[in-house]
Design a protein around this ligand. Structure first.
Ligand SMILES: *Cc1c(COP(=O)(O)O)cnc(C)c1O
Length: 237
């Protein structure tokens, strides 16, 4: 067994326990393996171990990996899904629209409009989560909770995007209850949008150190890098 396979099994067990404690079904929460800074071989090992969704922060690096994996795939290789989870600049939207399946870090209408315009017709709509800044921080990425409803309404109207949910990256806090309290704010925003008529099914929150609290608060997708692939050089984390 490779260490990546062992790590994935350990994580599935951790997620299953968190689901049981939250009285949720294990199938309600899936794992996004964050492969930033790790090479195509690490992704292939995870793919061979059954992992199907991968997250990338840096557009250029992600696209290179997507192309490398596509090149080495054959008819038996299971399909994988690529999520862009990093900050998005206007000059990168075309690459993202052409190569990724999902973008979780949309926080401005201008970026969403470019992604919709640039999504190639031959591909299905780009699946989108809005990144929301739940815990304040004026300089942080993410739309503010106050501006979220208007952004969601506008993004939902774009023809080549499919609005699927919300993503958040709260600042690290100590302790399960404090972590859960922040995630519950994201959950409340998610529930409110659905009550207003959206049909969101994805709440992307929780990472290596706080996935239990995120699952307790209703996460449907947790994003984990180091606990799958091992340590990263600090500079790139
Ligand atoms: C890097 C990253 C993760 C994974 O972080 P780890 O600490 O490696 O588990 C999750 N989400 C986002 C947005 C990231 O940039």
């Amino acid at each position: 067994m490779t260490s990546i396979e062992r790590n994935l099994q350990g994580l599935q067990a951790r997620m299953a326990l968190a689901c049981a404690q939250a009285e949720r079904g294990v199938t309600e929460v899936s794992l996004l393996a964050v492969s930033k800074t790790f090479g195509p071989d690490a992704v292939r090992l995870a793919q061979a171990a059954g992992q199907r969704s991968f997250g990338e922060n840096y557009v250029q690096e992600g696209v290179e990996k997507i192309l490398a994996l596509r090149e080495s795939a054959n008819a038996e290789t299971p399909a994988i899904e690529w999520h862009c989870i990093g900050p998005l600049q206007s000059n990168k939207t075309r690459l993202v629209a052409a190569h990724f399946d999902w973008v979780q870090s949309v926080d401005r209408l201008k970026i969403a409009e470019r992604l919709s315009e640039q999504r190639p017709d031959a591909l299905p709509p780009l699946q989108v989560c809005l990144q929301v800044n739940v815990d304040g921080g004026a300089t942080k990425a993410g739309v503010s909770p106050a501006e979220l409803p208007a952004l969601a309404a506008a993004v939902a109207r774009l023809p080549r995007l499919k609005l699927r949910g919300l993503m958040c990256i709260p600042d690290p806090v100590e302790g399960f209850e404090a972590q859960r309290a922040v995630f519950l704010q994201a959950r409340a925003l998610f529930d409110r949008l659905n009550a207003e008529g959206h049909a969101l099914d994805t709440l992307s929150m929780g990472m290596s150190d706080d996935l239990e609290a995120a699952i307790a608060a209703g996460a449907t997708l947790v994003r984990v890098g180091r606990a799958v692939f091992g340590g990263r050089p600090a500079r790139l984390s």
